[in-house]
Design a protein around this ligand. Structure first.
Ligand code: NAI
Length: 229
């Protein structure tokens, strides 16, 4: 049984849906919408209204029967749950193709994720800046992270360099690793690892395309066997 003040354990599936709620509620807030029903959220987000009610009930009683949800209150609560009410300092490790692309993107800052430095081993990159973000030698990484209280390390280094970098990071105040490398990271439990694999998403897209083509083919076959009169 849950004790007062204890954080309720919420399933990963719910956590994964929260960013969608958060972003849509942000749009509603910008359009000065004050309240929204689970049915209205359902039309936009594609989850069923009962799913939405269940999801949001996990975090307290935000909705009122016949009134819907108070957009601003729900937005604030979800931002707290996602830890977006405080800003996070990030560093990117590996200033190659992917590291530079992430550094160039300004969208993370909107949500309080501030990239404050990039680290690399390449002397041709060290000393340069990407969107005013300095690239430092990787030897300075641990000192910089601790001195600047950095929360998140973004890993965009080659596969074979990951183990060594992770070992170095584990001795710092880093609390989370946003891992783009294909390496399965094993680290002490105080550091959370979130893996990002774009290819997984591409495979899902391919699956849906394939599924659509399969349906079309089946439909064509059916029409051949049972031609309409
Ligand atoms: P890249 O070769 O363009 O960049 C790697 C950078 O890391 C280079 O600038 C290199 O000098 C630097 N580097 C090498 N050793 C280092 C070290 N010990 N410390 C700091 N910097 C170091 O490679 P790219 O294309 O940017 O890919 C980077 C990583 O991201 C790879 O592991 C790749 O597999 C992965 N990746 C993952 C994707 C995903 O969806 N998760 C998509 C694309 C790439």
């Amino acid at each position: 049984m849950e004790q007062p003040g204890e954080i309720k354990k919420v399933s990963m599936a719910v956590i994964k849906r929260l960013p969608k709620y958060y972003q849509h509620l942000g749009n509603l807030l910008r359009d000065n919408v004050e309240r929204v029903s689970s049915q209205e959220l359902s039309k936009i987000l594609g989850f069923t209204a009962s799913q939405i009610r269940q999801d949001l009930n996990n975090f307290g009683e935000f909705g009122q029967q016949g009134y819907g949800y108070n957009v601003s209150q729900l937005y604030t609560e979800i931002s707290k749950i996602l830890g977006l009410n405080t800003s996070h300092k990030m560093v990117i490790i590996g200033a190659g193709n992917l590291g530079q692309a992430l550094a160039k993107y300004t969208g993370f800052g909107i949500y309080g994720f501030d990239i404050i430095a990039i680290f690399d081993t390449n002397p041709n990159l060290v000393g340069r800046e990407i969107r005013d973000i300095p690239i430092y030698p990787v030897e300075d990484m641990e000192y910089f992270i601790n001195e600047n209280d950095v929360d998140i390390a973004v890993l965009t280094i080659p596969k074979d360099k990951t183990k060594k970098i992770v070992k170095a990071i584990s001795k710092t105040c880093i609390r989370g690793i946003w891992n783009f490398t294909p390496v399965e990271i094993k680290i002490n439990e105080n550091i959370i690892v979130e893996n990002v694999h774009l290819i997984d998403s591409l495979f899902t897209l391919s699956y849906h395309i394939n599924e659509g083509m399969l349906q079309e083919r089946l439909l064509k076959q059916k029409r051949k066997i049972f031609p309409s009169p």
